[in-house]
Design a protein around this ligand. Sequence first.
Ligand SMILES: [Zn+2]
Length: 172
Amino acid sequence: MLPLTETQIQHSFVNASRKEISDLALPLDFATTDWDRLDCFGWRDRKAPRRAYVFVWLDDSPVGVLLRQAEAVPRTRAQCSWCQDVNLTNEVVFYGAKRAGQSGRKGDTVGTLICANFGCSANVRKRPPLAYIGFDVDAAREKRVDDLRVRARGFARAVLGDASRPDAAGEA
Ligand SMILES: [Zn+2]
């Protein structure tokens, strides 16, 4: 994905208050982020338990979503709905996001079950485990990367509540 600056991060949230944005703590290793290997940029706030953030690019603009980890713990071995990693080595949690604008102020939220530490981009770049002769590993990996982008953007669109573009599925 295209790199994000600290300023872009602070100005691209669609569902966070000024106070929430001023309180956020960037990851300690932010300066060394390898943007080329990311499809979405997410992190947990080390200073605010249960709070996390995720960014994607939508139509050449960064979109940031503030997430809150649900109290309820998903059943064990839940699968991440973004990377659908089959190795199940990551902790998967349920994150909820307030919708942007009016509906969010009324308490409307969107939820998603994803890797707690946003390892999705790394997961989809792993070699598929069940390769057989003639199996196109690169194509399979590319497909998983594309799928992750579509799903992460679809989530951002759901938070935005953009009814004019119902789903990201037609984007590829
Ligand atoms: Zn994941």
